[in-house]
Write a protein of this length. Structure first.
Length: 195
């Protein structure tokens, strides 16, 4: 989850999320910088990455019948506008370096769910797709998953800025879901992890 404020984290918990998904790692912050990961499987916080302009959080999830941990990443990159364009480019370049560091530290599955504020036609996004990282929508044959803006009456979302990336695992389906009160549609994916 992106743009997770402390107040939203409390509301989500009060609504029963912790009952359905009892394990969580949260980096709740004011404004758009907060991120969070919920899981039904045990997990612990992974490496800290504070150099991003908005937010990035990693966790190691223990999935039954999977030999090692799965690295799950929640991230929110800055926008190219109205934020500083160079900040957006720098964030995506740092994300590429971070993903490569994670890939080189262990040969384990990786799942990234992020508001990258980048569409598949942006070079900065395509640069992330190497060393085994795949766009889940492309991998699953889901086409262009437009998620933003979802709060404009009578118009569908135009931009595919939210993404799921996989490494050493495979997305078999990806779809968007309406989230009342949000200006983004959510991405939902079924991902298989080798046992």
């Amino acid at each position: 989850m992106q743009e997770l404020t402390p107040e939203k984290a409390e509301l989500i918990s009060a609504a029963g999320m912790d009952t359905v998904l009892p394990y969580h790692e949260l980096r709740a912050r004011e404004g758009p910088a907060g991120v969070g990961i919920w899981s039904r499987f045990p997990m612990h916080r992974g490496a800290e990455y504070d150099e991003f302009w908005v937010g990035l959080l990693t966790a190691q999830v223990r999935i039954p019948d999977v030999a090692g941990p799965v690295t799950v990443i929640a991230a929110h990159m800055s926008a190219p506008w109205p934020d500083v364009f160079q900040g957006w480019q720098d964030d995506l370049a740092r994300l590429d370096t971070t993903l490569q560091d994670i890939a080189s530290s262990a040969d384990e599955p990786v799942m990234l769910a992020a508001d990258l504020n980048a569409t598949p036609d942006n070079l900065e996004f395509r640069r992330l797709l190497h060393n085994g990282y795949r766009d889940a929508a492309e991998q699953a044959g889901a086409g262009l998953t437009r998620t933003h803006p979802s709060d404009v009456r009578l118009l569908p979302p135009v931009f595919a800025v939210d993404h799921i990336l996989t490494r050493s695992c495979a997305a078999i389906s990806v779809c968007t879901l309406n989230i009342p009160g949000s200006d983004h549609r959510a991405l939902a994916s079924v991902i298989t992890v080798p046992t």
